[in-house]
Structures are given as structure tokens and as C-alpha cells.
Design a protein around this ligand. Structure first.
Ligand SMILES: [Zn+2]
Length: 154
């Protein structure tokens, strides 16, 4: 009886290790119960973690910023959180609805270009920030343009 308890406890350990590696805990519990917890533990420890989460670069995108580029479209859809709304059967991006994913992507692409433009125009020699909207020169640590109030930071 004590042996059965030990066997099951060992299977639970295998399941927990499996879970921590992004595998199915239940599947590994039964697998180790059927073969051997020790063997399964070795197997699960040898296994590489299941999926490596794709981290979207918050700063920018290196490839071609072109709406024909699938990687760029994926980057946009993640960064601007484009999601399909099943109730309206439309795509939602920044609380706006678009009938097709292409239109939502065009909108996100516009936002992204705006951000890139701000980044490009904001730093001057001497550390000043030039407002990309009015061209006013602001001290380095300004977040809103002191001439027109346009947001300088991205
Ligand atoms: Zn300005």
C-alpha cells in the first residue's frame, strides 16, 4: 500500500515538472503511472521546454515596414492588439472597428508610421527635441511640446 502511494506521489512530481516545461501535466501523470515515474522523470527532464513564447519587440521592427510583409503584419497586429470581434464580425483596433483585417492593419500601420516619424524628428544636437508637428525646439526632458502641446514622447 505504501509503495502505491509513493508511486502516485512520484507521478505527481513528474506531472509538476512537465507543467513547468509547458507540457501536459495530466498526460505525463498517466504516462509515468503506466511506465515508471523514475523513467518518466528522466524523460521529462531531458525534454526541452515546449513552446518558446514569441516576444514582440516593443521598440521597433527590423524588417521591411511594408504591408506585404507578413512578419510586419504580425508585428502590427500584436503591438496594436488587433482582434476579431465575433459579435460584430469585425476587426477591432484601438476601439475602432474595421470590416477587414487589411483595413485594421492599414490603420495600425498609420499609427506606427506616426510613432516612427516622432522618433526620427525628436532629437537634435545639444539634446533638444524638435516637435515634429510645429518644429518648435524643446528642452531634452519635455514630454509635450511647449509650443503646441503635441506629445513628443512615444
Ligand atoms: Zn509643437
Amino acid at each position: 500500500m505504501g509503495y502505491v502511494f509513493f508511486w502516485i506521489a512520484f507521478c505527481i512530481v513528474v506531472a509538476i515538472v512537465a507543467r513547468s516545461k509547458g507540457r501536459s501535466g495530466i498526460a505525463w501523470f498517466f504516462l509515468s503511472f503506466l511506465i515508471s515515474p523514475l523513467l518518466s522523470l528522466i524523460l521529462v527532464l531531458v525534454l526541452k521546454p515546449a513552446e518558446v513564447e514569441v516576444v514582440v519587440d516593443e521598440v521597433g521592427f527590423d524588417g521591411s515596414r511594408d504591408l506585404n510583409n507578413d512578419a510586419y503584419k504580425l508585428f502590427l497586429s500584436k503591438k496594436y492588439d488587433i482582434q476579431k470581434n465575433d459579435v460584430f464580425n469585425k476587426f477591432v483596433c484601438r476601439e475602432q472597428m474595421y470590416p477587414t483585417i487589411e483595413e485594421a492593419l492599414v490603420y495600425a500601420h498609420g499609427l506606427e508610421q506616426e510613432l516612427t516619424a516622432i522618433r526620427k524628428s525628436k532629437l537634435l544636437d545639444g539634446g533638444q527635441i524638435e516637435c515634429c508637428k510645429c518644429g518648435g525646439k524643446n528642452p531634452a526632458d519635455t514630454s509635450d511640446c511647449r509650443y503646441c502641446g503635441y506629445k513628443l514622447e512615444t
